[in-house]
Design a protein around this ligand. Structure first.
Ligand SMILES: NC(=O)c1ccc[n+]([C@@H]2O[C@H](COP(=O)([O-])OP(=O)(O)OC[C@H]3O[C@@H](n4cnc5c(N)ncnc54)[C@H](O)[C@@H]3O)[C@@H](O)[C@H]2O)c1
Length: 333
């Protein structure tokens, strides 16, 4: 069976997902697109796909079995609610939504529907290196995990479009989610420390150091730098009772020559996580074809939203900020 999908928002990641859905993956066809920039939608639409003037028309169309949301974060809530009302499986890029109240509204809609329809785009969970790291932790050969170090470095971000708060309410969501997933634990408290500012973009609070307190007592230390200049550098290291497990640097090939011994560095997230995104969609296509979702859920998007909110409060207060989650609905167990 071929899953017929509609893509809402065809900017950078929307176009990259259309490429993988049309050129790499099977059992799926992009039959519809929509973007508030209609010209962009026209040029991004693959052959034979229909361009809808509004996301609502795309979501309600009988042509579309399942929806992929790649619009801006503030637009996600309305589009998610419409997908759930239409009973259509939906893949939503991170962030799930941008406020706690919005997260609770989409959660309530899905819980009322009675089963999962929504998958959130936390692609690190589908990355082979992260999966191996999780398998080592779960295998328990190193004992209990005590501390995790997550490094998230971007070469640069678009000046003007990317503002200081986004380090904490947009970029941090990946580190928060992968930490919860690796440790199988919830975040209870958040601290933020802001070091001396990078001179690359003086309008940004960059870098930041975030400390996530987990309910088990484990601690997660996150470095976010969004103007590191040299490349897209993602690292992870879990310190356990009897040893340490780390992600390998990617790409893994080591070059030795007259300049020394070195590894290349990815330019951006598309290159570093290309296989993770492919795998994320492979598994979503199977789940959505059966009318559901797999992997990161609305509950996970809600947890990441609360972490971002607490981190922003922690910058203002300079103190440890608590996270208080609602009771977990059964459909997320
Ligand atoms: N998982 C990841 O690693 C990852 C990486 C990059 C971006 N993202 C997320 O994907 C989303 C899109 O990011 P991007 O980098 O492609 O941004 P972008 O600005 O390149 O593209 C966003 C597109 O959405 C369209 N759009 C905005 N609001 C809309 C609405 N209400 N209805 C229809 N179209 C609308 C815009 O016109 C634009 O074409 C964001 O939520 C971002 O955080 C996730």
């Amino acid at each position: 069976m071929t899953l017929k999908v509609g893509v809402i928002g065809v900017g950078m990641i929307g176009q990259d997902h259309i490429r993988r859905l049309t050129e790499v993956l099977s059992n799926v066809q992009v039959v519809a697109v929509s973007d508030i920039d209609n010209e962009r939608a026209q040029s991004a639409a693959p052959n034979g796909a229909k361009v809808f003037d509004t996301p609502s028309e795309l979501i309600r169309s009988e042509l579309v079995d399942a929806v992929i949301i790649c619009s801006w974060g503030p637009a996600h809530e309305e589009q998610l609610l419409e997908c759930i009302a239409a009973k259509k499986p939906v893949f939503c890029e991170k962030p799930l939504v941008t406020t706690e109240a919005a997260a609770l509204r989409v959660m309530e809609a899905e819980v009322s529907f009675g089963q999962r329809l929504v998958q959130v785009g936390f692609m690190r969970r589908f990355d082979a290196d992260y999966r191996r790291l999780k398998a080592v932790i779960e295998g328990n050969s190193l004992g209990a995990p005590l501390m995790y170090r997550s490094v998230h470095r971007n070469p640069s971000v678009p000046e003007g479009l990317y503002i200081s708060d986004m380090l904490l309410n947009d970029t941090l969501v990946h580190d928060a989610d992968i930490s919860r997933w690796l440790l199988d634990d919830e975040i209870t408290d958040v601290e933020v420390r802001v070091p001396r500012q990078s001179s690359h973009n003086k309008n940004l609070r960059d870098p930041v150091l975030v400390l996530l307190h987990m309910s088990s007592g484990a601690l997660v230390n996150v470095e976010i730098s969004v103007n590191i200049n040299y490349g897209y550098d993602i690292r992870g290291e879990m310190s356990c009772e009897k040893g340490v497990a780390s992600l390998p640097n990617r790409p893994a090939t080591v070059i030795s020559d007259v300049h020394g011994i070195r590894q290349a560095i990815p330019e951006d997230w598309r290159e570093r996580f290309i296989e993770a995104y492919d795998q994320e969609f492979r598994e979503w296509i199977v789940a959505a074809s059966q009318g559901g979702a797999t992997g990161p859920s609305i509950w996970d998007g809600y947890a990441a939203t609360l972490t971002g909110d607490a981190a922003l409060r922690a910058v203002d207060s300079g103190s440890i900020e608590k996270i208080s989650m609602c009771e977990k609905p059964k459909i997320y167990n």
